[in-house]
Ligand binder design. Structure first.
Ligand SMILES: Cc1ncc(C[n+]2csc(CCOP(=O)(O)OP(=O)(O)O)c2C)c(N)n1
Ligand SMILES: [Mg+2]
Length: 338
């Protein structure tokens, strides 16, 4: 082939070393620091046929795209709407036996008992707030399935960054009624020493990071914590709960994008209950919900029936596996009501 038909292309190659390889290289004396994950860049010149170079786009910003002569704008109304994964029908009948998580009877009974206990405690605390005995309260009514289903799928060492409407997750981890009461009444037994507003729980022992009032602040924090966990090689993940309204905050974007690019082991768990205070979802966003954004950020994503405790358990367990074993973030959108 004539020389004129060849083009010399300068390509940037990236080599990733995962923690295990890094350790090996360290043992060989090839690396100065065991904790760092290295990215080595090498610049190489390669010859590619001119026509091929011209016909295949090689834009680094969309590496897998191809050329088209059709001027089609992507219409968000076209394409598949992400379905809602479920295990049970509305009567509680398991639809496909192979998706039954086959939890022990005692485990399921314990989950159910705690849901009832939690619901009862909530009524008392809500009424206490209405009577002016405590300054603030947020109920979790109707969202118990998302709390107890997801919490059961995690390990105690997995770290939780929550919003203010996931208090059942704490109960699943062993937070006691006394601890809830002490926190909400800000008394001397409160483990936060009464310095927080009611419902802004936290527990170092239970790996539950103290809740903050400003929406979405927990999200970039969760990403950072997950990235640090990955670098430390803990083999655990972070779960980050947030509401669909909170996903409109800039911090949510920052958290998703950093998690995707840094490949942080974080499970983003959105509770989509249809409202952000009084703002309905049709005023909150366009597109296919929060799950619809996952692909845009390059994250594996699933939508689940948040009222189906077994479905929530299954997706959280699978998401945890992806986060820990593939070292990447993953998004769950749990559909529910409040
Ligand atoms: C940065 C910030 N803006 C506004 C608020 C006021 N605020 C508190 S809760 C809330 C709605 C959040 O909705 P969503 O994330 O859907 O959670 P949900 O209450 O439905 O569980 C708003 C706007 C806040 N706490 N922080
Ligand atoms: Mg909401």
């Amino acid at each position: 082939m004539a020389a004129a038909t060849w083009i010399t292309r300068v390509a940037k190659r990236t080599t990733f070393f995962r923690p295990r390889e890094t350790k090996k290289l360290l043992q060989l004396g090839a690396m100065p620091d065991a904790r760092r994950e290295f990215r080595l860049y090498s610049t190489v010149s390669e010859k590619v046929p001119k026509h091929e170079f011209q016909e295949k786009p090689r834009f680094p910003g969309a590496a897998n795209a191809h050329y088209t002569e059709k001027m089609d704008f992507v219409n968000p109304d076209d394409g598949q709407i992400i379905p809602v994964y479920r295990v049970m029908d509305l009567n509680g009948k398991v639809l496909n036996e192979s998706h039954d998580p086959k939890l022990k009877k005692e485990t399921v009974q314990d989950m159910y008992k705690k849901m009832i206990l939690f619901n009862t405690m909530e009524r008392i605390l809500y009424e206490a707030q209405r009577q002016g005995r405590i300054s603030f309260y947020m109920t979790n009514y109707g969202e118990e399935g998302t709390h107890f289903g997801s919490a059961a799928a995690l390990l105690p060492e997995d770290v939780i960054f929550a919003q203010y409407r996931e208090a059942g997750v704490l109960m699943s981890r062993g937070f006691t009624i006394d601890e809830y009461m002490s926190q909400c009444f800000s008394n001397r037994n409160d483990n936060r020493k009464g310095r927080q507003m009611p419902v802004h729980y936290g527990s170092k022992d239970l790996n539950f990071v103290t809740i903050s009032s400003p929406l979405a602040t927990q999200m970039p924090q969760a990403t950072g914590y997950a990235y640090a966990m990955k670098r430390a090689g803990t083999g655990n993940c972070v779960i980050c709960y947030f509401g669909e309204g909170t996903a409109s905050e800039g911090d949510a974007h920052a958290a998703f994008n950093f998690a995707a690019t840094l490949e942080a082991p974080v499970v983003f768990f959105c509770r989509n209950n249809g409202y952000a205070i009084s703002t309905p979802t049709d005023e909150q966003y366009r597109g296919d919900g929060i799950a619809g954004r996952g692909r845009g950020y390059g994250m594996m994503t699933i939508r689940v029936d948040g009222n189906d405790v077994f479905a929530v358990y299954n997706v959280t367990k699978a998401a945890r596996d992806v986060a820990v074993n593939q070292e990447r973030p993953i998004l769950i959108e749990a559909m529910t009501y409040r």
